[in-house]
Ligand binder design. Structure first.
Ligand SMILES: [Zn+2]
Ligand SMILES: [Zn+2]
Length: 400
């Protein structure tokens, strides 16, 4: 039997949540929230190549918070199966042997439930090319619908004492890497994929909007794996500023100063419309939206030069004005999870790169708070206010 934090969404409750959570503080973790702590049987291994995993630490991601708050798009509804246990940023130990990996091996999970995990043979053409994040079959096969571990009712998820994962999802954690750093490998893989999707040319000027965990790790990935020139990071809170600098930012600015700072560094002209934020004629070569806010996306779109590229690293908020995409002929690219990357002319798994980068990066202190599962309301409140509270990543310690 395993303790787990389950999202069960009875529709009326969920919709109440969706309507209220923007306006009433605390409602996300009130009894209205579609989340409950439950004791359930350990999930069954659904087919060959699957194994139980006991989480050591499980992160709380922005997408988890949007899901709990009922703020994620209805687009996702056919891509999940209820009830599910959230948690896709996981470092854990194998509960049994799995192929050559012995029981007790420390692993991180590549969360996409792709053709390989689902027993789809032959795989879809994206999986065949190694681009698992683009899998077309995330609703069929050996397990129920679920784009990732943490959104599928059959696999369980990281916010629990045990879930199941497929051999293709497992990556061994090197001995020297602490759990606090290992739990960041999944978000780091997403950040590496984002940096690659940015297609940065040598010396390109890059703007990173947002300096929570995503923005900080994207900055690290840009600095470590691309030949970006000046990297400017937009950060709201003092601790985020420090972190962005440590990750390699050349300049860190407040949201209100962003447009002026880019205007100065790229020697361009600023215009002020009758309504809405200022914009530039000229600007950075690449902007990366890591805040998931409408304001963040507007800033990215309005400070990128004509013909430049805007990458959506966070799930985009609705309501941004797309006029600059048309007028400035911007390329807008999404960056969702990972797969394979071309680095120095070689094809490498995004997760492999993340395991390597984690070992040579200053990740200490990014995990700023640990909570046992039974204190989930406090954990989620903390994660929702993390920036303000000076914390980057909040994690569950399911064994506490
Ligand atoms: Zn995530
Ligand atoms: Zn596939």
């Amino acid at each position: 039997m395993a303790l787990q934090l389950e999202l069960y969404r009875s529709a009326p409750r969920y919709l109440t949540e969706r309507a209220l959570s923007g306006r009433v503080p605390g409602v996300v973790t009130s009894p209205v929230a579609p989340l409950r702590l439950a004791t359930a049987k350990d999930p069954r291994v659904p087919g060959p190549g699957w194994v139980g995993v006991k989480p050591l630490l499980s992160g709380i991601c922005g997408s988890d918070l949007a899901t709990v708050a009922g703020k994620s798009s209805f687009y996702f509804s056919p891509l999940v199966s209820l009830p599910f246990v959230l948690g896709h940023e996981v470092v854990g130990e194998l509960a049994d042997d799995c192929d050559e990996l012995a029981s007790g091996t420390r692993v991180v999970i590549e969360p996409v439930l792709s053709c390989l995990a689902r027993g789809e043979d032959p795989p879809c053409r994206n999986c065949a090319a190694g681009n698992r994040g683009r899998c077309d079959r995330v609703t069929v096969g050996h397990v129920s619908a679920g784009l990732q571990t943490g959104y599928c009712k059959d696999t369980g998820g990281g916010w629990s004492r045990q879930f199941v994962a497929h051999r293709s999802q497992l990556h061994v954690v090197p001995d020297g890497l602490a759990d606090d750093a290992a739990v960041l490998i999944e978000p780091l893989a997403c950040a590496i994929h984002t940096a690659m999707r940015a297609r940065v040319e040598p010396n390109d000027e890059v703007l990173v909007v947002g300096a929570g965990t995503v923005g900080a790790l994207v900055t690290l990935a840009l600095r470590s794996l691309t030949s970006a020139g000046r990297i400017t990071v937009v950060a709201k809170h003092p601790k985020q500023r420090e972190l962005a600098e440590r990750m390699g930012a050349d300049e860190v600015i407040e949201p209100k100063q962003a447009t002026n700072a880019v205007r100065r560094s790229s020697h361009t002209m600023k215009l002020s419309p009758e309504r809405g934020p200022d914009f530039l004629l000229g600007g950075v070569d690449v902007a990366i939206e890591c805040a998931g806010s409408r304001g963040g996306l507007d800033t990215a779109l309005r400070t990128t030069r004509a013909g430049g590229r805007v990458v959506l690293s966070a799930i985009p908020a609705s309501g941004a004005d797309l006029t600059p995409v048309w007028f400035r002929e911007l390329e807008v690219a999404g960056a969702y999870t990972g797969g394979v990357e071309r680095v120095d002319g070689e094809s490498r798994g995004t997760f492999e790169l993340a395991v390597e980068l984690a070992q040579r990066s200053p990740l200490e202190g990014i995990v700023g708070a640990r909570y046992p599962l039974r204190r989930w309301r406090e954990a989620i409140d903390h994660a929702l206010g993390a920036g303000k509270l000076g914390t980057s990543k909040v994690v569950f310690d399911p064994n506490a």
